[in-house]
Design a binder for this molecule. Structure first.
Ligand code: ADP
Ligand code: ZN
Length: 432
């Protein structure tokens, strides 16, 4: 079913006109309500009058995750905090989270976006839907939750973890749909098997997966193991959260909610716009957001745009799946991890050298990672308890910043490989 035919199947010319009008309003609003954007525009010699249509978008300044970090926590909000009704946050580069704020209208648009996505997957009021994304600061849980309610299906606010309980409730409650990360879906499939259960004990028909990259092979595996249809959902907290784009029954690219976000692809080096079909960095401009509107936010996600008509009837253009990132951000168990976060923890500790290696892998379909770090000669000891103490300290610090539990391996000074060029700090063994 198409939830919002007017917006999802709009004639392309009409869509451009709508985007142009909303872009003009957004630029006007941020110029007058956001000192951050006024400064940025003034330094480029721009006034709102310079932006008349979507073609002028290329004149506007880019926004990056660093801008959000530098203006922590509320510096990019374009309304007084009294109008913000919800905050979300995701991990940032220095341990400071990236904070996003929503007005009541923003939240209502977000729910409607997700209702559109869910309809495109064939979900309806009749469905029982388990949301197995994390509830809390992460946008996944609550974002999906209110979308499912908007659609009118029955929501099970399951959140993450507690796999045996998840399995029990999926079965006992007769869940027909669920949302989680694709790697968790595989883990779940395996756990169902290990528990001696069969997928025939379940009523699951479809799964909605996102928050991390996945491949066609993973889709096939999930579909076969759980006997469901698996669909992609894409999003990021800076722009809204999950639901910025979604697949339809064609499973061939994700339709972007274009009446709320204007997508562009830019060259990773020159930052110049690239035509449809060419791979580059995905950039979004929000055109209806009130709480935290962003101009040309560079997601650093690498993909391309597809403007060929889709057999499903939607005219909103599609994005390909994400095949990488142009920065060094890792996504481990759905958590954004920058190697610099781990580096700064290591540098803070006098016992450690500044040499480290992060090794990421996937075991039983779950991400695991190990941090190897050199201990300074004067601290290196044969005494087990001393070494264990250092390990614990590192593990606790990493947990408090990222909420993840890596294995820590201490090594003797000068044992990690030194590189001659740019230091290599990450080995990612996950086959994606
Ligand atoms: P969210 O809360 O929506 O996961 P975050 O801001 O924590 O948002 O992370 C967003 C990033 O997660 C995106 O920029 C992208 O790199 C990754 N991501 C989200 N959904 C997908 C998806 N379906 N496919 C690939 N990567 C995704
Ligand atoms: Zn389609």
């Amino acid at each position: 079913m198409i939830w919002n035919r007017t917006k999802e199947c709009m004639d392309r010319e009409q869509m451009r006109a709508l985007q142009s009008e909303r872009l003009r309003k957004t630029v006007d609003r941020v110029y007058h309500n956001s000192p951050f954007y006024r400064d940025k525009m003034q330094s480029l010699g721009l006034t709102p009058d310079d932006i008349q249509s979507i073609d002028d978008i290329v004149k506007l300044p880019f926004t990056t995750k660093d801008d959000l970090r530098d203006n922590y926590p509320y510096g990019l909000f374009a309304v007084p905090i009294s109008q913000i009704v919800r905050l979300h946050a995701s991990s940032g580069t220095t341990g400071l989270p990236t904070v996003v704020g929503y007005t009541r209208k923003d939240l209502s648009i977000w729910s409607e976006m997700i209702a559109r996505c869910l309809s495109a997957y064939g979900t309806s009021e009749a469905d029982i839907f388990s949301v197995a994304y994390g509830y809390g600061l992460f946008t996944g849980g609550l974002g999906m939750h209110y979308g499912v309610e908007k659609l009118g299906a029955t929501v099970i606010p399951m959140s993450t973890g507690n796999t045996s309980k998840q399995i029990q409730l999926l079965r006992d409650f007769g869940a027909t749909s669920m949302a989680c990360t694709p790697s968790y879906a595989l883990y779940l499939a395996e756990s169902i098997e290990n528990a001696g259960l069969s997928v025939d004990d379940f009523k699951l028909k479809r799964g909605i997966f996102g928050a991390e990259p996945w491949t066609e092979n993973m889709r096939k595996e999930i579909e076969a193991k759980l006997n469901i249809d698996a669909y992609n959902i894409y999003g990021l907290s800076e722009i809204m959260g999950p639901g910025v784009s979604h697949e339809c029954e064609c499973k061939n690219g994700s339709h972007i909610i274009e009446d709320h976000f204007i997508p562009e692809i830019v060259d990773p080096i020159t930052k110049l716009p690239l035509p449809y079909g060419e791979k580059g960095e995905l950039v979004f401009t929000t055109i209806t957001k009130e709480g935290m509107p962003l101009l040309r936010y560079n997601t650093k996600d690498l993909c391309y745009l597809i403007d060929e008509p889709c057999p499903c009837g939607r005219t909103n253009i599609r994005m390909s799946s994400i095949y990488g990132r142009s920065d060094d951000m890792l996504i481990i168990r759905g958590v954004n991890v920058f190697p610099t976060q781990i580096e700064s923890i290591i540098l803070e500790m006098q016992e450690l050298e500044a040499h480290y290696m992060i090794i990421v892998d996937r075991v039983n379909n779950l991400d695991v990672f190990e941090v190897q770090v050199e201990v300074k000669a004067e601290y290196f000891s044969d005494e087990m308890s001393k070494m264990v103490g250092i390990k614990k300290k590192i593990a606790q610090k990493i947990h408090s910043v990222l909420g993840l539990n890596p294995t820590i391996k201490l090594v003797e000074p000068r044992t990690l490989e030194r590189s001659e060029g740019k230091a290599k700090h990450v080995i990612d063994n996950r086959k994606l």
